[in-house]
Ligand binder design. Structure first.
Ligand SMILES: [Zn+2]
Length: 210
């Protein structure tokens, strides 16, 4: 930590990082929602950490059972697959864009926001990875893409690419932070994103966008 970094500075950085979680999560969900809406899926909704459409659980369980015809009676199967992918793609874009923006050293608040967006978007790949390696990833976005297009190999391909991209983006972001005080800044970003994620998923999100 540089001598001029006060506790107040650090608390402000933690607050900025925490505040970046809702936009990162909602942009991912917006990707799904836009896809669901454009595909004409009935009653497309957006919530604090998910999206929906009419009969969504029955739709995906029909696809998992291989009953494409039944699923198609509830909505466009390829449209739902594209919508599932758009959420994933949004997280990819946010990680790449954030890591790129961190490079702008002259704009300090944007640097912190960009770095926090990378972490906030990378968070989802941790549970997705754990579920994948436990063989229980059938309800993830990645699995939905594979199910909708009847290409099982898309599940490992999308999960592993997402994890690799998350790790690469975090490393690139970290290396682009100013060397002076880098560890303290990274600590504040991680603390902020963890606090922001816990707060958004448990209290704030359900209250704001149930
Ligand atoms: Zn999603």
């Amino acid at each position: 930590m540089t001598p001029h970094t006060t506790l107040k500075d650090r608390l402000r950085r933690i607050a900025i990082a925490a505040a970046c979680v809702p936009p990162a999560v909602l942009l991912h969900e917006l990707g799904h929602w836009v896809g669901n809406t454009m595909a004409g899926l009935p009653d497309a909704t957006i919530h604090y950490a998910s999206t929906g459409f009419r009969n969504q659980p029955a739709f995906w369980s029909a696809l998992r059972a291989g009953d494409m015809a039944l699923a198609e009676t509830m909505g466009s199967v390829s449209g739902a697959g594209i919508a599932a992918f758009l959420g994933i793609a949004m997280s990819w874009v946010l990680m790449i864009g954030g890591a790129w923006l961190v490079r702008r050293p002259s704009i300090r608040p944007i640097r912190i926001v960009a770095a926090a967006i990378v972490l906030a978007s990378a968070v989802r790949f941790l549970p997705v990875g754990v579920m994948f390696f436990r063989g229980a990833a059938e309800h993830t976005d990645e699995a939905h893409v594979a199910q909708a297009f009847s290409v099982p190999a898309l599940l490992p391909a999308l999960v592993l690419f997402g994890i690799a991209l998350a790790i690469t983006s975090i490393i690139a972001m970290f290396r682009r932070l100013p060397v002076d005080g880098r560890r303290a800044l990274m600590t504040d970003l991680v603390v902020g994103v963890v606090l922001g994620t816990v707060a958004w998923l448990n209290f704030v999100g359900p209250a704001v966008l149930p």
